[in-house]
Design a protein around this ligand. Structure first.
Ligand code: IVH
Length: 699
């Protein structure tokens, strides 16, 4: 029976029967069925973000389970879903002293730092204990350093009796009521061989997908969004109303044991395995290794993969596995000597938002931009960052003067993720989106259903400078030497007022420009002349039609043999092209309807610019083949290719790669050590391909 069939059967039964009339055996059957069905609905809601019943239906089933549990308290399972719904709000959190302090970690920033740490420790072990000289090298455990909030859980006789935050390491806050709502934290341990009293330490966090879901929901509700997953975890854990925490899809991974009433295994790794056996979540990425070389190579590999992991990590923790070795090494101030965090270069930092300005793009798109107190992120100085659009600033309540979290990852443009409200002084200014173009003064427009605002004036000089720059850029007409400075010079000096003016420029015009001699002018002119022979798809992209990127241009050109045939195509016909939806089709159609644009295209053609399809453009593999239009996720490591090569191969065959598995994923390409993406894909029934399956598929 499917989940929904079981749910309907239960609803029918509850409508016609009063649980109070049931004998204990039947009550037990009903209670078990309700618990199982509710747990499955929890998994759909929290784990898969795919609820199959309404909140009201869920609440009714939960109320029925509470009712039966009240009638038969002896039947209540300590991990029952009724224990996860939260309780009355607290007025404050009680302070709790940790029986043993929760230590912090010392940091290393390179393979050499880690090796030096290891060698120092091995030397000190060797000098205090001769058995280590020439003997087996101590084993190490490599664990992801999860970027969340530290938590200590206390179990007494297998029952969760307390959950406390780290606080200052000695005293934390009692967040038991909130932690009881975290689905993956067992309220009662499995098995029987656990110590009577056991403290488990670990990290509360949001998986990437859960965090995105949370912010999407907060945005729908008009609530303030969280800047990042870590802040969201901290904020959700510190809710005085645990019913609010109960609605937040938080997760937890255990990474250590604290004080215990019985002797635990001498191996840290085995301890983690025991925790897992008792029902506690442990990261599947932890590794036990025999040498520091292995540990370092895993740490470096994770640094490369960090953006692909299902949860955010800010480093890798390396620990000596043998707890007697740990005890011998001991601690310095507040960090153990037996562990080190290999910290990844920061991708996020905080700084002050000095001002917000708006930029005008080539399509007239107005983008708010943050002017920041300059900061270093991953070795790069950042003083500006994007704020995307009006809603982005409003929903995050980003104010001028705020301390803000700024992210710069890989090649991505730096972006402001959100404010740190606790750092406010009260003098911060709420920013108002302008109603007129800051360059030409024309009223701005925001189209129905679109997030972006545009300057729609055809005469806006700033738009034209951006368009000219785009027209000449590498993936468009590729005119060497024509970058943003020259675009401004040409457009500002009124030498080029429309794109076709470029092809009318004479040598003397260019020699008259500041900084131009004969040679430079001639080179530029040659570049402009050469650009007349670019393929049609480049010209189409170069025109700067809204929503028409490089890939869309290439797809369009496979179906039309000239710019004229695209110009005269109806919206319906345009939409038949792979990858062209109604928005793109409408935008292309509208662009070619504008008289000024018609004149531009005719002028370009008459000046010798190619406007017909070249032979090779008709057969871009993209629109056909097994991966055309498919969304693919990559996970794990591969034998013959790097991940970058796998990605390129997929793109070359028309597929698109994304970072997380969802219902929209068509395939998961999985190597070794696939992690949670594989589990998710299997759950969702998404086909999983190996490296060789992928090659066979496209060969
Ligand atoms: S071990 C005595 N292992 O990192 C050792 N910590 O910067 C204490 N963290 O407060 C911690 N992942 O919250 C350890 N696998 C891991 C961890 C981890 C994340 C956090 C932890 C701690 C902080 C120290």
């Amino acid at each position: 029976m499917t989940l929904i069939d079981r749910t309907r059967a239960l609803q029918k039964r509850l409508a016609s029967e009063n649980p109070a009339d049931l004998d204990p055996d039947n009550a037990r059957v009903l209670l078990d069925e309700l618990s199982e069905v509710l747990l499955e609905h929890d998994e759909r809601y929290y784990g898969l973000d795919d609820p199959v019943i309404s909140d009201g239906e869920y609440d009714a089933l939960m109320a029925a389970l509470v009712h039966i549990e009240n009638l038969h308290p002896d039947m209540v399972d300590p991990n029952s879903p009724t224990k996860r719904v939260g309780s009355e709000p607290l007025s404050s959190f009680r302070k709790v002293d940790h029986p043993e302090p929760l230590l912090s970690l010392s940091n290393g920033f390179s393979g050499e730092d880690i090796r030096a740490w290891y060698e120092r420790n091995v030397r000190s072990l060797g000098s205090s204990d001769n058995s280590h000289e020439g003997g087996a090298l101590p084993k190490l455990v490599v664990e992801p350093k999860i970027d969340g909030v530290a938590l200590a859980l206390t179990y007494e006789n297998g029952d969760l009796v307390r959950a406390a935050t780290r606080g200052n390491g000695r005293t934390g806050e009692d967040v038991t009521e909130n932690v009881r709502t975290i689905r993956c934290v067992p309220l009662s341990l499995s098995g029987s061989d656990f110590p009577g009293r056991l403290e488990v330490r670990g990290e509360v966090y949001f998986s990437r997908s859960a965090f995105e879901r949370l912010n999407a929901r907060l945005e729908r509700d008009g609530s303030k969004l969280f800047a990042n997953a870590r802040n969201a975890a901290a904020g959700s854990l510190r809710q005085l109303d645990s019913r609010v925490t109960a609605r937040r899809p938080l997760s937890f991974y255990s990474y250590a044991t604290g004080p215990a009433s019985d002797t635990l295994s001498a191996s840290h790794f085995v301890r983690l395995q025991h925790l897992q056996k008792w029902g506690l979540p442990v990261s599947p990425d932890n590794r036990l290794v025999n040498s520091i070389d292995e540990a370092i190579s895993i740490a470096l590999a994770w640094a490369d993969r960090r953006d692909d992991m299902e949860y955010e990590i800010d480093g890798v923790v390396i620990k000596f596995d043998d707890t007697s070795v740990q005890n011998r090494l001991g601690s310095v101030s507040n960090a153990p000597r037996w562990a080190i965090a290999y910290k990844f270069p920061a991708q996020e930092v905080t700084t002050t938002l000095r001002d917000i300005v708006v930029n005008v793009g080539r399509t007239g798109q107005i983008t708010p931009e943050a002017i920041l107190e300059p900061v270093q992120i991953g070795g790069v100085r950042v003083s500006q960052a994007t704020l995307h659009n009006a809603d982005y600033v409003r929903s995050r309540d980003i104010r001028i003067g705020d301390t803000v979290v700024v992210k710069r990852a890989g090649d991505v443009i730096p972006q402001v993720l959100g404010p740190v409200p606790s750092a406010r002084s009260g003098s911060e200014q709420i920013w108002v989106f302008p109603t007129r173009c800051p360059v030409c003064g024309a009223p701005l427009e925001r189209l129905e259903g679109e997030a972006d605002t545009y300057c729609v004036s055809a005469d806006c000089p700033e738009q034209f400078v951006r368009l000219l720059e785009h027209f000449a850029s590498r993936n468009a007409m590729d005119i060497e030497g024509l970058g943003s400075r020259l675009a401004l010079q040409l457009a500002g000096g009124r030498l080029v007022r429309r794109l076709d003016d470029l092809y009318r420029l004479q040598l003397q015009d260019l020699m008259d420009l500041d900084g131009f001699g004969r040679k430079k002018a001639q080179n530029l002119l040659d570049g402009i002349v050469q650009s007349r022979d670019r393929p049609l798809s480049r010209l189409l992209f170069a025109l700067g039609i809204r929503h028409v990127g490089k890939t869309t241009s290439e797809s369009l050109v496979t179906q039309f043999d000239s710019i004229d045939s695209i110009a005269s195509a109806s919206i319906e016909v345009l939409q038949r092209v792979d990858g062209v939806g109604s928005v793109v089709a409408q935008s292309v159609h509208d662009w070619f309807e504008v008289e000024e644009n018609k004149r531009l295209v005719a002028a370009l053609a008459s000046l010798g610019v190619n406007t017909v399809r070249m032979d090779e453009e008709a057969h871009i593999q993209r629109s056909t083949g097994p991966l055309a239009g498919k969304t693919v996720v990559i996970t794990g490591t591969f034998e013959y290719m790097t991940r970058g090569e796998v990605e390129k191969l997929i793109a070359a065959h028309g597929g698109k790669t994304t970072s997380s598995v969802s219902r929209n994923t068509d395939y998961l390409v999985s190597g070794t050590s696939p992690g949670s993406k594989l589990a998710k894909a299997t759950e969702l029934g998404i086909p999983v391909l190996s490296e060789s399956d992928l090659k066979n598929m496209i060969s």
